[in-house]
Design a protein around this ligand. Sequence first.
Ligand SMILES: NC(=O)c1ccc[n+]([C@@H]2O[C@H](COP(=O)([O-])OP(=O)(O)OC[C@H]3O[C@@H](n4cnc5c(N)ncnc54)[C@H](OP(=O)(O)O)[C@@H]3O)[C@@H](O)[C@H]2O)c1
Length: 275
Amino acid sequence: MKKSVLITGCSSGIGYYCAMELHHLGYQVFATARKQQDVETLLEKGLDAYQLDLNDEKSIDSALESILTKTNQSLDALFNNGAFGQPGAVEDLTLKAIREQFETNVFGTLHLTNKVIKVMRKQGYGRIIQNSSVLGFVAIPYRGAYTASKFALEALTDTLRLELSDTKIHFSLIEPGPIISKFRENAFVKFQNNIAIETSAHKNKYVRMIQHFSKKEGPAVPFTLGPEAVLNALVHALEAKSPKVRYYVTFPTYLFAYLKRLLPFKFMDKVLAKV
Ligand SMILES: NC(=O)c1ccc[n+]([C@@H]2O[C@H](COP(=O)([O-])OP(=O)(O)OC[C@H]3O[C@@H](n4cnc5c(N)ncnc54)[C@H](OP(=O)(O)O)[C@@H]3O)[C@@H](O)[C@H]2O)c1
């Protein structure tokens, strides 16, 4: 029997890559995307695709209902991948911008997760895999909204794991560092749309950030890997008899996890302030 996997955020990057590769590996993939035009593209690529906007409860409910109709109300795994980053200094974030960040990365994701847990409880097993981030356990400047959302996702996942420890539903967190995708491009749009650069006390830093992220040649961040690095962790989380609680992906994730355990807070701050 093919294992069924629902993936969010398949229009680009990690979600798209993992959906295609799992499909080729023989999984029954339910690829979802926020925009209908991306759903059409996924269908053209041979995937079973559905519209699912994490900011819209009705769209989440309706996509899940259609998928469960196809699987006779079962689902082996959920890969919560869809998310975005809202850059900008914390003091420059409007409540609207930070609410939007949480609506997608936390609330919509939790709504889908809780609905899927009900299905998995009935069938007696399942795997829920969260695409978190190295920024799910360390905070760096100008990424406060995103970091807060990923810390929240990690906390909810750690809690769920404890609360469902008497079931055969496994929870894993994948924590990638920099991965080639549209993430930075999409984050840059959010930055330009939602941060008042000209009037900010951080204007000079923003100008340098804009120059850095506008440069075309090479990856903007060292140690960037392709999305296959995440796929490897995902396949392990789907297949291993005892999946890991956390999967570190990329050198920066290993490094920061190590430094966080080793360094005193103030020393760690000095390192993170330079990132
Ligand atoms: N790339 C990295 O360096 C990196 C590092 C650590 C963690 N991650 C995590 O990896 C995951 C995938 O990101 P990526 O790197 O592949 O970036 P990406 O190419 O920007 O993909 C993000 C996906 O999330 C979707 N999404 C955004 N808002 C959504 C919503 N309201 N409802 C449903 N889907 C929504 C996007 O859809 P649209 O095209 O419609 O916006 C897109 O399909 C995210 O959870 C991200 O936090 C990425």
